[in-house]
Write a protein that binds this ligand. Structure first.
Ligand code: ZN
Length: 284
């Protein structure tokens, strides 16, 4: 059975996210270790680190993920922004390593007009430098597939494959698959034949063995829309069917599957509970 979980808020302390995960019977958890829209962050206090590690253990979470800052662009053609992105990424790796987080999930980057191949080479170069600065770390980097808006890279499986092949320490790099992004990028996930074909394509272009985690999100927009708008499970353009396929897919047993959907909807203040219940029902 996959390790269901959600992205949880760390407001009030890193360990608060673990409490929320526990309250929802999660087996996996994603957090921000700092504000995702700011470059600067206070170092984590030793107390924060201790409390988080203790809480993760006590809650029995099997996998933990952190999501990287949205400001980071490893494909930036601007040298100053490129260097700043590498520094910020290495900082996130250190925070995650200290917290004992398994994976740092990152969007590959946007080439901003320099071209796809130039951008992808830039990403590989950046990852080489980040991994060089983080020798022996337990925390691994996962690149997330994207919806492909603007000049954003990573919407094609071959983009991810290219970076995996290009980095020196490819064994320290994996993929996080976002269902909403894949669908918005033009990869169908239902009916069954299309689901199978998409995974064949993924395996061929990027490698199914590189897949370490999922973001489970329905999509507000349609197939190939290239618009990244998450919807509650079963309530968007994907519907329930793809999630049933994923949850029952033997290849993905024991992988973390994390919700990144809105926490509230109108009167309903616990949408994580609603979405997790919808997913658990599909396992039966
Ligand atoms: Zn995602």
């Amino acid at each position: 059975m996959p390790l269901l979980g959600a992205h949880m808020s760390v407001a009030g302390g890193m360990h608060k996210a673990v409490e929320a995960a526990l309250a929802h019977q999660c087996q996996s958890l994603q957090v921000f270790t700092k504000s995702p829209s700011q470059w600067k962050s206070k170092p984590l206090a030793p107390e924060d680190i201790k409390n988080f590690r203790k809480a993760v253990k006590a809650a029995g979470l099997k996998k933990t993920l952190s999501h990287n800052s949205y400001l980071i662009n490893l494909a930036s053609p601007d040298d100053a922004l490129f260097a700043r992105s590498i520094d910020a990424f290495a900082d996130e790796m250190e925070r995650a390593e200290a917290l004992g987080v398994d994976y740092v999930v990152a969007h590959p980057g946007a080439h901003l007009g320099s071209g796809e191949e130039t951008g992808l080479r830039r990403i590989a170069q950046a990852l080489d430098e980040i991994q060089r600065r983080c020798p022996g770390f337990q925390t691994l980097i996962l690149l997330e597939n994207t919806a492909g808006q603007g000049t954003v890279l990573g919407s094609r499986f071959e983009h991810l494959g290219f970076v995996m092949e290009s980095v020196r320490q490819g064994e320290r790099l994996g993929i996080c698959f976002d269902t909403c992004h894949a669908f918005a990028a033009g990869y169908p996930l239902f009916p069954k034949e299309d689901y199978q074909a998409t995974w064949e394509e993924f395996d061929h272009r990027a490698g199914i063995k590189k897949l370490k985690a999922f973001h489970l999100n329905d999509s507000k927009k349609g197939l190939g829309s290239r618009v990244d708008r998450h919807e509650h499970i079963g309530q968007g353009a994907l519907g329930l069917e793809p999630f049933r396929f994923l949850i029952k897919d033997k290849r993905f047993t024991s992988l973390p599957m994390v919700l990144e959907t809105a926490k509230e909807e109108g009167e309903q203040k616990d949408m994580d509970g609603v979405n997790l219940a919808a997913l658990r029902k599909l396992m039966k």
